[in-house]
Write a protein that binds this ligand. Structure first.
Ligand SMILES: [Cu+2]
Length: 180
């Protein structure tokens, strides 16, 4: 084998690897992009009333990590609305089940509710809940890749949106909402 032939073969081999890895990235990206987008688009209120607040429920997966190592988050947009009807659309982009509860903000600020030994907070002051997979109102949890929604008319004030799946609140799954 001549030196130039060997060099050509090495070049072709490198190109092959480059093409294959590019294809691999494209396939992986396409796959990740398709799944959630398709299911979320087909899952929401047909005629949402009033202002819309989108709530994103997320986690790093791994239900076996235990109460203290859980990474969960709740995002709210917008987090300031006017008084009047508000439709909350909660979308689960994580790998665990989640839910959305809307409560008046606790006296010492969001995130300060006592958490019971069950990992849950006292839900007795809840004003509304979206916890049905692809449905409105209360249910058995929002499964990954789906949404739930609820419409509430809230007076002016400060509120806390949270997930009360055991230990999710304790691990930071809450966010403020202001109505003015
Ligand atoms: Cu949760």
């Amino acid at each position: 084998m001549t030196r130039s032939l060997a060099r050509a073969l090495v070049t072709i081999g490198a190109l092959g690897v480059l093409v294959l890895s590019t294809l691999g990235v494209a396939v992986a990206t396409g796959h990740l992009g398709q799944g959630p987008t398709r299911s979320l688009a087909s899952c929401g209120p047909s005629h949402p009333r009033g202002q819309i607040v989108r709530v994103t429920l997320s986690d790093r997966g791994g239900g076996m990590m235990g109460a203290n190592a859980m990474m969960v988050a709740l995002g709210v947009a917008p987090d300031v609305v006017g008084a009047g009807p508000v439709t909350f659309i909660a979308t689960n982009v994580g790998a665990l089940n989640h839910e959305l509860l809307i409560l008046p903000a606790p006296r010492y600020g969001v995130g300060t509710r006592p958490v019971a030994a069950t990992g849950k907070i006292d839900e007795s002051s809840s004003l509304g809940e979206a916890s049905t997979s692809c449905g409105e109102g209360r249910g058995n949890g929002i499964s990954p890749g789906t949404s739930s929604w609820v419409t509430l008319t809230l007076p002016r004030g400060n509120y806390e949106l949270l997930c009360d799946v055991p230990w999710h609140y304790a691990n930071g799954m809450f966010a403020p909402l202001s109505v003015h």
